[in-house]
Structure formats: C-alpha cells, structure tokens
Design a protein around this ligand. Structure first.
Ligand SMILES: [Zn+2]
Length: 169
C-alpha cells in the first residue's frame, strides 16, 4: 500500500477500497466528527488536541485519523454517525457536537516534519460507510510524538471550528 522506497507516496493515487466511490480528490472537503469534551472548546468551537489523537496515526492497527468525505455524505448520514459514536460509550461523556471541516489539499500540504509531506489521505470506504477516508503518516513522516505535535497543530487549525451537520455543506 505505501511505497516506502520513494518519498513521493503513490498510495493515495490508487483506489484503496472497493467500497469507495473514488480516490480522494484534493478539492474535496472532509468532515471530522467531534463528540467528546477533550475534542472541542465549547466557547469557541475550536478543536482541541484530543480531536486528533497521535496514537491513531502512530499505531497502524488503528487505521489513522478517520474522516467523512462530505461530497458523499449528507447531514442525516453525519448525524447518524455522530449518534453511533455516542452510543458506543453511553456514559454521558460523549455528545455529538458536529464536524470540523477541512480541505483535502490543505491536509496534503502539511509538511511540518517531512521534506515533502507528513500525511497521506486515502479512500477507505467501508461496506456500510463508503464515504470513509483516512489520514495516515507518509513514509517519511517521523514516528515520535514530539515531532508529530506540529502536524496535529496544523490539523487543529485546518479543521476548526466545529460546524453543525447542516452547516457542513
Ligand atoms: Zn502513502
């Protein structure tokens, strides 16, 4: 999947999932679903570091940072996903706040720690969620938390503030 011999990774130029409509275009908008207290500052709607846990990109088994591709989503589908997140831990700590919206091209342009780019953005459609996309570390990205904090800060900047599902389109 990742072309580790070359920094110019080709993984995102080829469709990665048979369930996806297409590869992720650099003009597409992505939505990051926000549902926990450590993910958003309620007063401003700006995202907090918890919105992009470093463990999700450092541990390949976790599959990277997940997004909904807005071109293939609707307010109703975002609401349903948000509800699903709430129901996974029905202890009152999870409440769907909406989505952080960002441009694919801005994510691909992040090069805080690597010569070319820090993240690859791939189509990752699931059988019941074809609009699913994922950001994973590029082959040349560092694998240390301290370096990756700069990448996370850029992601917070790009995807703030949170919007309601209706306002995400
Ligand atoms: Zn890649």
């Amino acid at each position: 999947m990742h072309d580790t011999a070359d920094d110019d990774c080709t993984c995102e130029r080829e469709r990665q999932s048979e369930h996806s409509p297409s590869v992720v275009d650099s003009g597409e908008m992505l939505g990051r679903l926000i549902y926990a207290d450590d993910q958003v500052e309620d007063a401003t709607g700006n995202l907090k570091p918890g919105a992009f846990p470093l463990a999700d990109v450092l541990d390949a088994k976790r599959g990277g940072w997940s997004f909904a591709r807005l071109a293939h989503s609707t307010p109703a589908s975002l609401l349903a996903k948000g509800k699903e997140f709430e129901d996974k831990k029905p202890d009152g700590n999870r409440r769907f706040r909406g989505v952080g919206k960002g441009l694919t091209g801005d994510v691909r342009a992040i090069a805080e720690c690597s010569p070319n780019r820090d993240l690859c953005l791939i189509d990752d459609g699931l059988p019941d969620d074809p609009a699913h996309a994922a950001a994973v570390l590029s082959p040349s990205a560092p694998r240390s938390k301290s370096d990756l904090k700069a990448v996370r800060d850029k992601m917070l900047e790009i995807f703030s503030p949170v919007a309601s599902p209706d306002d995400a389109f």
